[in-house]
Design a protein around this ligand. Structure first.
Ligand code: GAR
Length: 189
């Protein structure tokens, strides 16, 4: 069983989807979420993780340096000995020292083709540009924003979407299935 840490900053719907797929879906008997860490004390996803019985930690990143934050996360991760670190709506760049400690073990989901759009607001970008489709990207993480080698991408058909909310709903529905599926492929290699 692969032990997973999930880093979040907010709602945590992707974290929930991964945790549920470990409990009862495509990742059952393959992986388990052993720790959820948020860089925001009030992240909604913390309660969701607690409700799922997962140990949670919040380290407020606002008033500490990037290096200090990463060091605190590293200490937690070393104590729990995780195999992979997943970024699921984790909106903070990691230091090179941190990413170099876990080569090909940190994986992010981004709701756009990272060759075309990185950072915040990917669904707003797709909606504003009236894109007929967008891509969900699962990729390895380096010290730059939404950069790193692409592992897999999934198309989202947006032609029927009539609002930003519909764009996001269509995208998230794909994210919630696709992240777990992409992880399963990696873990079974
Ligand atoms: C998701 O759409 C995720 O792909 C995106 O933030 C949202 C988090 O939602 N991540 C990025 O934009 C990374 N640059 P969630 O907290 O409900 O999973």
């Amino acid at each position: 069983m692969k032990k997973l840490a999930i880093l979040i900053s907010g709602r945590g719907s992707n974290m929930k989807a991964i945790a549920e797929s470990c409990q009862n879906g495509v990742l059952k008997n393959i992986a388990q979420v052993t720790i959820v860490i948020s860089n925001k004390l009030n992240a909604k996803g913390l309660q969701t993780a607690k409700d799922l019985g997962i140990p949670t930690f919040a380290i407020e990143s606002k008033s500490i340096t990037r290096k200090e934050f990463d060091q605190k996360v590293l200490t937690l991760l070393k104590a729990t000995k995780v195999d992979y670190i997943l970024l699921a709506g984790f909106m903070r760049r990691l230091t090179k020292g941190f990413t170099d400690t876990f080569p090909k073990k940190i994986i992010n989901i981004h709701p756009a083709d990272t060759n075309q759009h990185r950072g915040l607001g990917a669904y707003e970008w797709a909606w504003k540009n009236q894109l007929p489709s967008t891509k969900i990207t699962v990729h390895y993480v380096n010290d730059k924003i939404d950069d790193g080698q692409i592992i897999a991408q999934a198309d989202v058909d947006l032609r029927e979407a009539k609002s930003l909310q519909e764009v996001e709903a269509k995208g998230l529905a794909v994210e919630h299935q696709f992240f777990a599926q992409a992880l399963k492929t990696i873990f079974e290699k």
